[in-house]
Write a new protein. Structure first.
Length: 391
């Protein structure tokens, strides 16, 4: 699992200045049309072009004016065909081409071999009619990497529960990435989808693209969001669409490492509305208007039966969950409280009034290796989090 500290970590993107990555653990109309970029791929197809785009709607692409869609299509086609230069067919303002180039890089996780740099845009004057393309991996390297990604996605699919909903699928993808990924800003794969899904390393850019890549594969619409975290260090995360409504998902922040090196898997930032994070922990900075995530219909903790409306319910849920986790040898227990009053009262009952002692006794009865648990709460989201320790 992870090698990342729970406090601030920055990961600067190597060649591109559009965003970096940072993590800490402390009104737009819905665009649901099914247009996708018009891309063909002749790589390894004997010169014959075939349609390679996902059938999942592309939120950002569908917000673009026709001129930018045309540029987007040409750049994306060039990347799939491993071209080193793309003729745009006309002169366009540098700012327009740069914006579209960025959107291709950020919103198309399947092109994990694409290496984005702003160098040509800095030196361009006024307008440009061609775009140079660079790549992270040799053309012959990407085919086995694609096959490995396909294998990993099949592995994830095998973990889906029977009759899996999109919620189940996203939770499974989220947990798979966290369980199999080490935070790194330096690894060659850390900034693309291959990193978290197959390479074992990622920074925020990679985490966001890994989730997006898998969501596209399983037919779940998503969009990558850029911005800063609360201290103005840059960050990236994802929005996912479930039953016509959008929710935030930050895999990076759900994959922390405690200050003493404990490895954690949590769900604090999965399926959260904008009101919980926007301008609080996550500051949105996009050159498009992101979809609004204002629904609370989906809540991870309610979905999993780990949501408490009263102090008594919180203590009971924590008892039962910790005992069950200890029985399975799992290391994390989380329960979300309905409000701060319930949250504070439950903590008081557990910590100040000794309620944790009964939980420890019952957990040890289920697993003699159980030794103790440590507390790591989220005061903003009202989540009580216990890290279970074993001998």
């Amino acid at each position: 699992m992870k090698k990342r500290i729970l406090s601030v970590i920055l990961a600067a993107m190597a060649a591109i200045t559009f965003t970096a990555c940072s993590k800490d653990t402390p009104d737009t109309p819905d665009t649901s049309v099914t247009d996708s970029p018009a891309v063909t791929d002749s790589v390894n197809q004997g010169g014959e072009t075939t349609n390679i785009t996902s059938s999942v709607p592309k939120y950002v692409y569908n917000t673009l004016p026709d001129e930018e869609k045309a540029i987007y299509d040409k750049i994306l086609t060039g990347i799939y065909n491993y071209e080193t230069e793309v003729d745009l067919g006309a002169e366009y303002p540098v700012e327009t081409v740069l914006k579209t180039y960025k959107n291709v890089f950020f919103q198309e996780p399947e092109i994990f071999w694409f290496y984005a740099t702003n160098e040509q845009f800095v030196s361009a004057q006024g307008t440009m009619s061609t775009v140079s393309l660079q790549y992270r991996y040799d053309e012959h390297e990407i085919e086995p990497m694609k096959k490995e990604l396909e294998s990993k996605l099949k592995e994830i699919e095998s973990m889906f529960p029977e009759n899996a909903t999109d919620i189940d699928k996203i939770i499974t993808i989220h947990d798979y990435i966290i369980t199999n990924t080490v935070f790194s800003k330096d690894d060659v794969h850390s900034r693309d989808a291959y990193g978290p899904l197959a390479g074992g390393y990622a920074q925020c850019e990679g985490y966001a693209k890994g989730l997006a890549y898998a969501c596209n594969y399983f037919g779940i619409e998503n969009v990558r969001i850029t911005g800063n975290k609360y201290d103005n260090n840059s960050h990236a995360w994802t929005k996912v669409k479930i039953d016509g409504k959008w929710y935030n998902a930050d895999v990076t922040w759900d994959d922390p490492e405690s200050s003493n090196g404990e490895q954690l898997l949590r769900h604090n930032y999965l399926f959260v509305p904008d009101a919980v994070i926007n301008d609080i922990t996550h500051i949105v900075i996009c050159d498009f208007e992101p979809p609004v995530a204002d629904s609370t219909d989906v809540d991870y903790f309610k979905y999993k039966g780990l949501y408490a409306n009263t102090k008594e319910e919180a203590v009971s849920l924590l008892h039962d969950h910790i005992v069950e986790q200890a029985k399975k040898g799992e290391t994390v227990c989380q329960v979300k409280c309905a409000n701060e009053e319930v949250y504070r009262a439950a903590l008081d009952e557990l910590i100040q009034k000794g309620g944790h002692q009964k939980i420890s006794e019952d957990a040890k009865a289920q697993n003699p290796q159980f030794s103790s648990f440590g507390l790591m709460n989220d005061d903003q989201l009202f989540i009580i989090h216990f890290n279970i320790k074993y001998n």
